[in-house]
Design a protein around this ligand. Structure first.
Ligand code: ATP
Ligand code: MG
Ligand code: MG
Length: 379
């Protein structure tokens, strides 16, 4: 009996556990809170990731460890990796945790990025504003997610407000200033790399964010094959450079037909949730196969798929469940503003059918605005 340990007990851990059940796997989840939603399906160790007693108990009960939460302290991941195999490796995790290290690696690998500068002081912010120009975004280097820890600077006059909002973080998690990319589209590559270096990607995914939070994903993206190949080549280079094992996502901006890398998520990714029903093998199943050294599954699509995120509270399920290609995922979380509480995946065999399905679901759930950009992309 193999037990997979997962650091972090959110919906990603929950979906990993659900997809690992047919493989006969057991799971142990570690989280700092006792009501983490993966705990509904797997036993838990509740404790701080920096607490060696709790982490030691976790290590003693698992055969291999992986992450649901990308901000597990790098030292804790390192400590764990000295006791049990950990995938992805702590260096890959540490690189992806720091926007500066991440963007520096992208540059070294020849992957284009928006202009950026590390910011530790107010004077550096003024200097960087002069070189990068406006609009731009001031972000915390670490610990940001769902667009948190970011301040959009529209004109140089916003510098004071940006520093008021985030300046206190400069000495703690560091800051980075990035040029604002007036992108036409956001895309992501969800990829998997096995212990033996085998590399696969799912079809390119197109994403729409609202207030910095993913709202909808469409696969395959309406992109030409050459663009997709470029995106896949960037992901492959990253996987190799980091000796990455498991699933990761590379978020990209597409502007004027060119790709610019935004960030690397060292884990299964929200823009890959559609793979559960829309692909031969889901990102969750392939992540487990990768970390266990099992053969990777085929990543080809089954039709087209659109994922809609439910933020704050769950809508009514019936309109989605009534659709032939409708699939429902309720994470079992309490409602809270801004929180990802579930998602739906709509699948169809043609772009026309998928668009029609989305229009119906949008009207019935009063979510026309959420489905509109996807319907437009489907033509
Ligand atoms: P998550 O990890 O949940 O994807 P995050 O908090 O790490 O989010 P980012 O991915 O950096 O944040 O930003 C969230 C969204 O904000 C992006 O997907 C994009 O829509 C927008 N955004 C971020 N940086 C830029 C940029 N430089 N130019 C234009 N838009 C941006
Ligand atoms: Mg992020
Ligand atoms: Mg992001």
């Amino acid at each position: 009996m193999t037990t997979v340990g997962i650091l972090g007990g959110g919906q990603l851990a929950r979906m990993l556990a659900l997809s690992g059940a047919p493989l006969g796997l057991r799971f142990l989840v570690m989280d700092s809170v006792d009501d983490a939603c993966a705990g509904q399906f797997a036993p838990m160790v509740v404790g701080d990731y920096r607490d060696e007693a709790a982490l030691g108990e976790f290590a003693s009960r698992v055969d291999v460890a992986t992450f649901d939460f990308e901000n597990v302290p790098a030292e804790s991941a390192q400590w764990l990796s000295e006791r049990v195999p950990v995938f992805p490796n702590p260096r890959a995790l540490a690189t992806a945790q720091d926007r500066l290290a991440e963007k520096t690696l992208f540059q070294q690998l020849g992957i284009p990025v928006p202009p950026f500068a590390a910011i530790d002081t107010r004077a550096q912010l003024d200097d960087a504003l002069a070189t990068i120009g406006t609009p731009c975004i001031l972000k915390t280097r670490r610990l940001g997610y769902d667009g948190k820890g970011q301040f959009r600077i529209k004109t140089p006059a916003d510098a004071d407000a940006a520093w008021d909002a985030l300046g206190a973080q400069a000495g703690k998690v560091g800051l980075i200033l990035e040029g604002f990319v007036a992108f036409e589209r956001e895309l992501s590559v969800v990829a998997v790399r096995g212990r033996d270096g085998e590399f696969r990607t799912w079809p390119l995914t197109e994403n729409w964010h609202v207030d910095g939070v993913l709202s909808a994903s469409l696969a395959p993206a309406t992109a030409d094959a050459a663009l997709a190949e470029t995106a896949f080549a960037y992901a492959r280079k990253l996987g190799e450079a980091l000796d990455y094992v498991g699933v990761f996502a590379l978020e990209l901006f597409c502007r004027g037909g060119e790709l610019l890398a935004n960030e690397l998520a060292p884990r299964v990714h929200n823009s890959g949730h559609w793979t559960i029903e829309g692909s031969e093998t889901s990102q969750f199943q392939n992540h487990l196969r990768a970390v266990l050294g099992l053969p990777l599954g085929d990543t080809r699509m089954v039709g087209l798929a659109c994922m809609l995120n439910w933020i704050g509270q769950m809508p009514e399920a019936a309109p989605v469940l009534s659709e032939p290609g409708g699939h429902w995922h309720d994470y079992g979380k309490l409602p809270r503003a801004g929180r990802k509480v579930g998602h739906a995946t709509l699948r169809a065999d043609s772009a026309q059918d998928l668009a029609a399905t989305l229009v119906r679901v949008g009207v019935e759930l009063d979510r026309e605005a959420q489905v509109a950009p996807v319907v437009a992309a489907l033509g």
